[in-house]
Design a protein. Sequence first.
Length: 211
Amino acid sequence: MSITENTIQFVKEKLKNAEAGHDWFHIERVYKNAKKIAAEEDCDTLLVEISALLHDIADAKFHNGDENIALEISRDFLETQNCTEDFIIDVLYSIKNISFKNREEVGDNIPIELQIIQDADRLDAIGAIGIARTFHFGGFKNNLLYDPEILPVTKFNKEEYKKSNGTTINHFYEKLLLLKDMMHTEKGKEMAEKRHQFMLNFLDEFLAEWD
Ligand code: ADP
Ligand code: NI
């Protein structure tokens, strides 16, 4: 079996009981979109594939904020595979830096393989799937759907967000609507366009029905 097939089996097994927003199907969608984007870029395809597959192996949100667990699990697995130390280091770098939360630390000048998996992960956070995942997460947190008293926070701003009580509709304004303009690759930008428009339509409908 190839390292990609082994990784698929490993991740499926690891995520057997994962919640629906970050389960194997999320990984599979990100993996497929990452391959689609990679096909149009000059990049290390294997690095893209393996990083996409391992990128949510242990979400820090569910491990008391410990981001190192995912890196340790990934390293232990990759060491059982026939790959070089350099490859392991590159995969761990990608996994560590894919997150929206870490974006400022990484800066603009990032490797193409990280650009690709970041785009692929962001595509799964927007559009119809993104809407479903967001309400799923809001339900899990028992957040309000929406509160008309709270003005939408239009920038990612921690202070404003604290005041907002974290309604699920607000998550569109603090994050999801910003993602389109943060896409790196041409293919990613193209795919994000339709999904972004769909979210705008959804918000129009939602707010019209609310009123
Ligand atoms: P990242 O890993 O890119 O930093 P997260 O893991 O925080 O992003 O978020 C992944 C997905 O979980 C989001 O795209 C969204 O669907 C959902 N999510 C995260 N935070 C919230 C929130 N406060 N309200 C609703 N959904 C959320
Ligand atoms: Ni993800």
